[in-house]
Each structure stands twice: as structure tokens, then as C-alpha cells.
Design a protein around this ligand. Structure first.
Ligand SMILES: O=C(O)c1cc(=O)[nH]c(=O)n1[C@@H]1O[C@H](COP(=O)(O)O)[C@@H](O)[C@H]1O
Length: 277
């Protein structure tokens, strides 16, 4: 790769509209698509979604757990899905929410961000719960590989504020401190840094620290109740940095490839219309 992840994501969002389509093969969705809860059903679902969506959306976000639950055969399907998405021109953000002591964080970085790995992607999700500094091996490996990292800041689930709104000894809110660290990691990047924050569309109030000069991955839209109006209300000043993410709402339009593509195009257009481009 020749350009940093943030630069490639900016170009993809401008060209294709700001949407990250999630591939979350829930059992209920497999059933709704007329598929069995087997590796074969998983493969048909994931490749069907990838082939329908990856040619038009900026990014695809497979959720690793739905593949891992089938063991190595499921991980093989994940690798195949990643390849299909990247060959169709979509960036792949693998949702694995990794985080560990630095030496092990390096192994996760080698697995997903080193582009020589069989399961390499453009970016991963990471948890800062072991301290933001524990993510340094991921950030440095991402820099060397033109890849990216999305760090959980204000998650979409109702339990998130219990930790994320806590106050650190220096008086800073934990989530604000994560955003500060990401801003530092993105310093000087143009047009967009490669180190993003995950901020749910379901959070109650806007927060002032969202301008991190990097992308804001915004899940929680659709099935979890977040709407385009919420995105406008919460991210007004930084809408151009927002990568809205939706899984079940779009996948529910399948298995017809044309219906899936239409659902994604409609979602991308509605977010582009908010001024996010
Ligand atoms: O990191 C994520 O992607 C993520 C963070 C978060 O705060 N909330 C959240 O829902 N997610 C993921 O985003 C997806 C949301 O799926 P839907 O609710 O079906 O759109 C799931 O795969 C979640 O694991």
C-alpha cells in the first residue's frame, strides 16, 4: 500500500459516500436468508453480503466473533470474505476489539495489521482498557503498514458510561482522555489521521473532544436505535470525520444482492446528505 489508512479512508468516503456496512452473521439473519447455522450457511451469507456491498461502500466491517464461533473453518471464511471485500475496492475494518499487555498487543498487530499476514485488514477495532499506551504496538505497526486502528471511546451499549464516563486522577473523563491520545497520534496528518475513535450514535450527549483529526466510527445506527438525526445532533461540527456503521439494518434487506446494495446506497446517501462529506 502506498498511502496511509486515513488518506485512503478519506478518498473512499468522498468517492463512495460515508458508510461502513457491517457483516454480522447472526443466527437470526442466517435463518432470515434461508440459510442453515453451519459453516456453509456462514460462507454463503458472508460472501453474499461482501459481493453485494463491497463494490459500492467505503468500508466493510466483519464482526470476527460470528466467524470464530465456527472455529478454524469459520476463520477461513473470514479470510475469504476479507479478500473479496478488498478486491472489490472496499476498505476492511475488522471488528475484533483487541487489547492486551504491550508484548501481546504486538502479536495482535502482527496478526491483523502486518500486511504479510494471511488475515491482514486495513484497520481493526481495539480496546484501551489496559491503558492507551498498551496499544502502542498496534499504532506503530499500523503506521508501518499504512493501516489503521479504531479505539473504543464512547461505546453504543448502555453499560459503557459506567467506565467511560469515570474521572481519572487528573480530573479528565476516561473517554476524553482516549480522544486526547488519538488526537496526539493523528497530529500533522492530512487530510485525515489513521487512528479513529469508536463513538456510538446512541450516546446521550455530544462531547466537546471529538475533533481528533481522525475518523469517528459510529455504530449503533438502526437496530440499536440510533438515527441519522442523532448523528447530526451528536457530531455536528465533525460530521466530515464520521464513518457511520450499520450491520443488521442493512443485512436485513438480503439475501437479494440488489436489495442489499440499494439499502446500503440509501444509507450512504442519507449520511452524505447530512453534510458528512
Ligand atoms: O466496535 C464496534 O464496531 C462496535 C462498538 C460499539 O460501541 N457498538 C457496536 O455495536 N459495535 C459493533 O457494531 C455492530 C453493530 O451492529 P448493528 O447494531 O447490527 O448495526 C456490532 O458488530 C457491534 O459489535
Amino acid at each position: 500500500m502506498t498511502e496511509p489508512f486515513g488518506t485512503r479512508l478519506r478518498a473512499a468516503m468522498d468517492a463512495r459516500g460515508p458508510l461502513c456496512a457491517g457483516i454480522d452473521p447472526h443466527v437470526g439473519l442466517l435463518t432470515a436468508w434461508g440459510l442453515d447455522d453451519t459453516v456453509d450457511g456462514l460462507r454463503r451469507f458472508a460472501l453474499g453480503a461482501a459481493e453485494a456491498l463491497a463494490p459500492t461502500v467505503a468500508a466493510i466491517k466483519p464482526q470476527s466473533a460470528f466467524f470464530e464461533r465456527f472455529g478454524s473453518a469459520g476463520v477461513a471464511v473470514l479470510e475469504e470474505t476479507i479478500t473479496v471485500c478488498r478486491e472489490a475496492g472496499s476498505l476492511v475494518v475488522l471488528d475484533v476489539k483487541r487489547g492486551d499487555i504491550g508484548s501481546t498487543a504486538q502479536a495482535y498487530a502482527d496478526a491483523y495489521l502486518d500486511q504479510r499476514s494471511p488475515i491482514a485488514v486495513d484497520a481493526i477495532t481495539a480496546s484501551p482498557y489496559l491503558g492507551f499506551g498498551s496499544l502502542d504496538p498496534m499504532i506503530e505497526t499500523a503506521r508501518r503498514n499504512d493501516a489503521g486502528v479504531f479505539v473504543l471511546a464512547l461505546t453504543s451499549n448502555p453499560e459503557g458510561p459506567e467506565f467511560q464516563h469515570a474521572t481519572k486522577p487528573d480530573g479528565r473523563m476516561v473517554a476524553a482522555s482516549v480522544l486526547d491520545s488519538l488526537r496526539a497520534a493523528n497530529a500533522g496528518a492530512d487530510p485525515l489521521g489513521s487512528f479513529g475513535a469508536v463513538v456510538g450514535a446512541t450516546i446521550a450527549e455530544p462531547v466537546p473532544e471529538l475533533d481528533i483529526n481522525g475518523p469517528l466510527l459510529v455504530p449503533g445506527i438502526g437496530a440499536q436505535g440510533g438515527t441519522a438525526d442523532d448523528v447530526r445532533r451528536l457530531f455536528g461540527d465533525v460530521l466530515h470525520q464520521v464513518l457511520p456503521s450499520s450491520s443488521r439494518e442493512i443485512l436485513g434487506a438480503g439475501p437479494d444482492p440488489a436489495a442489499l446494495a440499494a439499502a446500503a446506497e440509501q444509507a450512504a446517501a442519507s449520511f452524505a446528505a447530512l453534510g458528512a462529506r
